[in-house]
Design a protein around this ligand. Structure first.
Ligand SMILES: [Zn+2]
Length: 216
């Protein structure tokens, strides 16, 4: 785990948006801009996809990222790579220390398999992404572009047997992860509404998205 604090000050930010649990953030991030995802109350999960803004068929790839860095967890220093193996963003600061990119996002289908048939109607990250895509046709992203993602702040340890477990979060109030865009990207983040596993501490809470312009 790597803990690296940021030198950026929120009062110098270009944009700040608070995103409630169950809501989404879908916006461009220009090359050189830095995005901080701030876990306001702690133990939240931010399920995030990235696309090349110029050609959304190029998108974040967990497999390329993991292979190139030789580590299944993401933290400061991780370069987030695309399905064409191009660097998209670099994590430049991280006070949480570990982020998951294996567990995938929650969906109504996986909720019924993992928990109960009656969970089918519960709000899930995949629904938030689908709503975002439907409400923002200007970005050119469609259902077919929704693939594997990053779960910022989520703790999904790989067991000795090679399995995955959803464990209690290691994030806390005020912890953050920060990344600088290495190309013009689109950021699609669902602030997870999951109530059936401990990824939100069973209490989904807001996160803040803070953007700084490129340093002169
Ligand atoms: Zn979720």
């Amino acid at each position: 785990m790597t803990i690296l604090e940021s030198q950026l000050l929120p009062e110098n930010a270009a944009e700040r948006h608070t995103i409630g649990a169950g809501d989404y953030y879908f916006a461009p991030l220009k090359k050189g801009q830095t995005l901080r995802i701030l876990d306001l109350e702690g133990n939240q999960a931010a399920d995030t996809l990235f696309f090349n803004a110029a050609d959304v068929s190029e998108r974040y790839s967990a497999t390329d990222t993991i292979r190139e860095q030789g580590n299944v967890y993401l933290t400061a220093g991780s370069v987030l790579r695309s399905n064409l193996n191009n660097p998209m963003l670099e994590i430049t600061a991280d006070t949480c220390g570990r982020h998951d990119t294996l567990g995938g996002a929650c969906a109504t289908e996986s909720n019924t398999v993992r928990y109960d048939l009656e969970k089918r109607c519960m709000h899930a990250c995949r629904d938030s992404w689908m709503l975002a895509v439907a409400e923002h046709p200007e970005f050119g992203v469609s259902k077919r572009d929704i693939t594997h993602n990053i779960n910022f702040f989520m703790n999904v340890p790989v067991t000795a047997e090679g399995g995955l477990t959803f464990a209690d979060g290691i994030s806390g109030a005020g912890k953050y992860v920060e990344m600088t865009a290495l190309m013009d990207v689109l950021v699609l983040m669902s602030n997870c509404p999951q109530l059936n596993n401990p990824c939100n501490g069973y209490n989904p809470t807001p996160v803040e998205m803070i953007v700084w312009d490129a340093r002169a």
